[in-house]
Write a protein that binds this ligand. Structure first.
Ligand code: KIV
Length: 265
């Protein structure tokens, strides 16, 4: 297996081969993830909640993201590594370029992820014009929790669904090469996936996205207070972290996750 690149992911979309993505924040889990033949690792700002114990992702700093991304890239060999741009680290295109530069040069990330649609278009274009690969993130955007009031499904009414669809197309036009869709109805995720050429990665977004991502600690069942309803506990059916990761990769590839009970309508 060669190293996963954006060309690999584009080919997988065209050929209908599902993309397996998981979050990681340190070297030891990353080695296990690599052995499971995962395609992509996301160093998510979810680390603010599952590693640092905060109530949201908002307190995560650029220095935190650089530190954890470097922990991952130091040992990863085959996986493509995406790093989250944390809250308030990309308020202007100039600030975004500084942040992305640190995540790539010091952290070793291959791509950065930015939450948001239309308000981020100028920033996404600024980055992609300067050789920074960008992954968009639409639907439930945890950095907006104080505007949303709760972590809940997005895009259920016609106007909100249309907005997600047009934002996805606008992100692609601005140069984004990958898109995370979080907590949206399965039919909407399918529609977005068909509307864009870039691969889509779903989390709580049904089985028709081009790939799936889960927060590592959620799928190992060690975040019991806050595990989202769309997550299957893969450690419950196996006897080791490595078997749970292998079962997750297999389930993504054979489309058995997310199951109907883990899907929003
Ligand atoms: O921060 C994160 O882990 C994420 C995933 C939930 C997609 O953005």
């Amino acid at each position: 297996m060669g190293k996963t690149t954006i060309s690999t992911l584009n080919r997988m979309k065209v050929e209908g081969n599902k993309i397996a993505v998981i979050t990681s924040y340190d070297a030891s889990f990353t080695q296990q993830i690599e052995q499971a033949e995962m395609d992509v690792i996301l160093v998510g700002d979810s680390l603010g909640m599952v590693v640092q114990g905060h109530e949201s992702t908002l307190p995560v700093t650029v220095a935190d993201m650089v530190y954890h991304t470097a922990n991952v890239t130091r040992v990863s060999e085959q996986c493509m590594v995406i790093a989250d741009m944390p809250f308030m680290s990309h308020g202007t295109p100039r600030q975004a370029l500084d942040t992305a530069g640190r995540l790539m040069k010091e952290g070793g990330a291959h791509m950065v992820k930015i939450e948001g649609g239309r308000p981020q278009i100028e920033t996404v274009r600024h980055l992609t014009d300067r050789a920074v690969p960008v992954c968009g993130h639409l639907g439930l955007m945890p950095q907006s929790i104080n505007q949303l009031g709760a972590y809940r499904v997005q895009g259920r009414d016609e106007h909100a669904a249309e907005r997600i669809l047009t934002d996805a197309v606008a992100l692609q036009e601005a140069g984004a090469q990958l898109l995370v869709l979080e907590c949206v109805p399965a039919l909407l995720a399918e529609e977005v996936t068909r509307a864009v050429d870039m691969p889509t990665i779903g989390i709580g977004a049904g089985v028709e996205t081009d790939g799936q991502v889960l927060v590592l600690y959620d799928m190992l069942g060690i975040t019991s207070d806050s595990t989202p309803t769309f997550v299957r506990n893969f450690l419950a059916d196996t006897d080791s972290v490595s078997s749970a990761l292998a079962a997750y990769v297999k389930a993504v590839k054979d489309r058995s996750v997310p199951a109907p009970e883990h899907t929003f309508t």
